[in-house]
Design a protein around this ligand. Structure first.
Ligand SMILES: Nc1nc2c(ncn2[C@@H]2O[C@H](COP(=O)(O)OP(=O)(O)OP(=O)(O)O)[C@@H](O)[C@H]2O)c(=O)[nH]1
Ligand SMILES: [Mg+2]
Length: 278
């Protein structure tokens, strides 16, 4: 039987750990079982029960002290150490989570982990070897859409993670509760790239127009300009996102949904704007 996993990634502070906590809570409330794994060796506080914790293998503080590394170098060292210990340490930790189990990996926010350092790719390949069906859930702070140039850079960062990991990939715009202009954001969720290009060209000097055109085309070719908005205050919003992720990893299609206690009153929302809680 396959097992299922979400790899929760994205820039520092984009809301990964908060999402993991809210997802865990949401699943509890609908009687679904998910286990959250902390992969951030620098994490200190958790709002979810930690099923497996990288800090039991290695702590960033110790690495920085003993190897005289800074926080970023130390983090990379910890992740490489994890990669070396996948076979013995992590496989043993995951032994308790077998058929039909659904794990959510809360990753660190260092952007280099998702761009050019191959550690996460090795991690994902090992999960696949262990029969996990994995989805990358890339979180981007909705503040990124306040400015077109920021938005394109957010898309490109997500694209580099997508190319590196080669997983089913879902982009999420987080912190929707902080956004004042909710209507204005709609054009960023599934936009027309020609309009984006026009905006970019308007914002930047004419000498960038050829580059802007190439970037917009690249983003379009990879069908990357597609985000699901997430307002963690709303159960519907979390449920809507979860149903997209479940679909991407075929959860529930070829396995029995593992439930603690089924809530017959809970109805799944449809995929329109209203029901997505946005
Ligand atoms: N208003 C609001 N704040 C949020 C939301 N999600 C996260 N935050 C806040 O944003 C900050 C960062 O959230 P985290 O969940 O720690 O972000 P992270 O991506 O795990 O951060 P790193 O692990 O450091 O990369 C915290 O102060 C959260 O309370 C949200 O949906 N709405
Ligand atoms: Mg975190």
């Amino acid at each position: 039987m396959p097992r299922y996993a979400q790899l929760v990634i994205g820039p520092a502070g984009s809301g990964k750990s908060t999402y993991c906590a809210n997802l865990h809570q949401h699943c509890e409330s609908i009687g679904r079982v998910v286990h959250v794994v902390n992969l951030d060796p620098a994490a200190e506080h958790f709002s979810y029960p930690v099923a497996v914790d990288i800090r039991e293998l290695i702590s960033l503080e110790d690495v920085m002290e003993e190897l005289h590394l800074g926080p970023n170098g130390g983090l990379i060292y910890c992740m490489e150490y994890l990669e070396e210990n996948l076979d013995d340490w992590l496989s043993e930790q995951l032994e308790d989570y077998i058929d039909d189990d659904y794990l959510v990996f809360d990753c660190p926010g260092q952007i280099e982990l998702y761009s050019h350092i191959p550690v996460l790719r090795g991690f994902v390949d090992q999960l696949k070897n262990w029969d996990f069906q994995v989805c990358a859930v890339y979180l981007l702070d909705s503040q990124f859409v306040s400015d077109m140039a920021k938005y394109i850079s957010g898309c490109l960062a997500s694209l580099s993670a997508m190319i590196q990991l080669e997983l089913p990939h879902i982009n999420v715009l987080t912190k929707m509760d902080l956004l004042e202009d909710k209507k204005g954001i709609k054009k960023f969720l599934d936009p027309d790239t020609r309009l984006l290009l026009a905006d970019l060209n308007q914002q930047m000097a004419p000498r960038f127009s050829k580059l802007n055109h190439s970037l917009a085309e690249l983003v379009d070719d990879y069908s990357m300009v597609n985000f699901i908005p997430l307002d963690i205050r709303k159960e519907k919003s979390i449920h809507y996102l979860l149903s997209h992720i479940d679909n991407a990893i075929q959860f529930g299609e070829d396995a029995e949904v593992k439930v603690k206690e089924f809530d017959p009153d809970f109805t799944a929302p449809d995929a329109d704007d209203e029901e997505s809680g946005f």
